[in-house]
Design a protein. Structure first.
Length: 135
């Protein structure tokens, strides 16, 4: 299993009138987690898009809200891949507060597509090779 942690502070603009992290911003934090997880493997979204012509559209997103996050909280975004993403990326996300209480869980599924044709393509070999040792 591949696991990556990333810390992020909740900004005032991301909260609602009750002072909670607005629910619509969680998807942004999942994306931050994914981008930074892939970057830690030497694979940036920019490289995939610009150099390889590969896009990663989201197929589905399922989230569960357990406890709120608040303005100025530092959260930890945990991003996991439990299976090698040969045909499909199935990212599991967990968001924790500073007290390490679980705030939110999500599963986000993505596929690789050709930037040029929009058709599904295989996960790049270098990414499979970077992840192989975790499985």
């Amino acid at each position: 299993m591949f696991r990556h942690l990333y810390k992020q502070r909740i900004r005032y603009a991301e909260t609602d009138k009750m002072g909670f992290l607005y629910y619509g911003h969680y998807a942004k934090f999942y994306e931050i987690g994914r981008v930074e997880a892939l970057r830690s493997l030497g694979c940036s979204y920019r490289r995939m898009e610009d150099d390889l012509g590969i896009l990663l559209p989201v197929l589905s997103l399922e989230a569960r809200y357990k406890l709120p996050a608040y303005y100025d909280d530092e959260i930890t975004i945990e991003t996991c891949l439990e299976e090698l993403p040969v045909k499909l990326f199935c990212f599991r996300h967990r968001i924790y507060n500073e007290a390490e209480k679980l705030l939110n869980t999500a599963t986000v599924k993505l596929v690789c597509t050709s930037k040029e044709t929009g058709k599904r393509v295989s996960t790049p070999d270098f990414l499979i090779e970077s992840l192989a040792s975790y499985f």
